[in-house]
Design a protein around this ligand. Structure first.
Ligand SMILES: [Zn+2]
Ligand SMILES: [Zn+2]
Length: 274
């Protein structure tokens, strides 16, 4: 009798632990999406962040690149090869700014992923909307740093740590805020990633960094691969982003999935202006 009760309590605790872990993981990673790149791969050939930015954005991208290089996935800023539409380039990230219009969003990150169990990312883009960043409320290094850091984090496969704009800053750019550098309310600075973000990336990319996997010269391939054409489409509005699959704390849709042809999904993460 006592043993049964004890077993039930133990079992209950175990289930609770599993579900707590599941929720925490689901909250922060975009499911299982990741580049098929080990740390060894990216030490030799860093994941390129194509710089299509005008001068006022340069410092934020260089800063975000440097911050994210504290993680297992190494990146480098490279000359951008995109265009006014910010079309993606296979095997890398393109980062763009432009006056994309009064559509409500400060920034979006989009990743094209191969459908299937691996969840590998083919290409990604970041768009920063100068229609809002030209306004005094957002034209600050703190806002720019936060948004660039967050959108680049999304292109690596990370979600948000928190989606409430008005609670206390967690000290990471993967946290929504109305006080990016913490100076308004005397709180933590949200312009940079924190250790939890780096830990998440270690967990996501762990299978590529295992001892039996990704050793240099193992004939595993170049790392960046040459997958089939995954297509380009113009994707600036919710109508083009597909199905809304997640909402922020204000109840606004924040994550969308659209099925494209040829076994590819495009996933859009949007940060709305307040
Ligand atoms: Zn993988
Ligand atoms: Zn975001």
């Amino acid at each position: 009798m006592l043993n049964t009760t004890y077993a039930k309590v133990l079992l209950g605790t175990f289930v609770l632990l599993i579900s707590a872990f599941g929720v925490a993981y689901a909250d922060h990673a975009w499911g299982k999406y990741h580049w098929d790149l080990s740390t060894v791969d990216t030490l030799a050939n860093p994941l390129e962040l194509g710089d299509n930015l005008s001068s006022s954005w340069q410092e934020s991208l260089v800063g975000a690149s440097s911050d994210w290089n504290n993680s297992v996935l190494k990146n480098q800023v490279a000359a951008g090869t995109s265009n006014a539409n910010c079309d993606p380039t296979l095997g890398q990230v393109e980062v763009c700014n432009g006056a994309y219009g009064d559509n409500g969003w400060l920034g979006i990150a989009q990743i094209w992923v191969y459908r299937g169990k691996d969840g590998h990312i083919a290409q990604a883009i970041v768009k920063l909307n100068d229609t809002y960043f030209s306004l005094p409320a957002y034209d600050t290094s703190a806002w720019k740093d936060l948004v660039v850091c967050q959108e680049v984090g999304h292109t690596f496969g990370l979600g948000h740590q928190d989606e409430n704009f008005t609670n206390a800053n967690l000290g990471t750019c993967m946290d929504y805020t109305n006080d990016p550098d913490g100076s308004l309310y005397g709180q933590l600075n949200n312009e940079h990633p924190n250790q939890h973000d780096y830990d998440m990336l270690s967990s996501i990319y762990g299978h590529l960094n295992g001892t039996g996997d990704g050793t240099p010269g193992s004939g595993k391939g170049s790392g960046k691969g040459k997958p089939a054409n995954v297509g380009t489409v113009t994707l600036n509005t919710p109508a083009e982003w597909g199905l809304a699959v997640a909402q922020d704390a204000q109840g606004r849709d924040s994550l969308y999935v659209r099925h494209l042809g040829s076994g590819v999904d495009v996933i859009t993460h949007v940060l709305w202006a307040e």
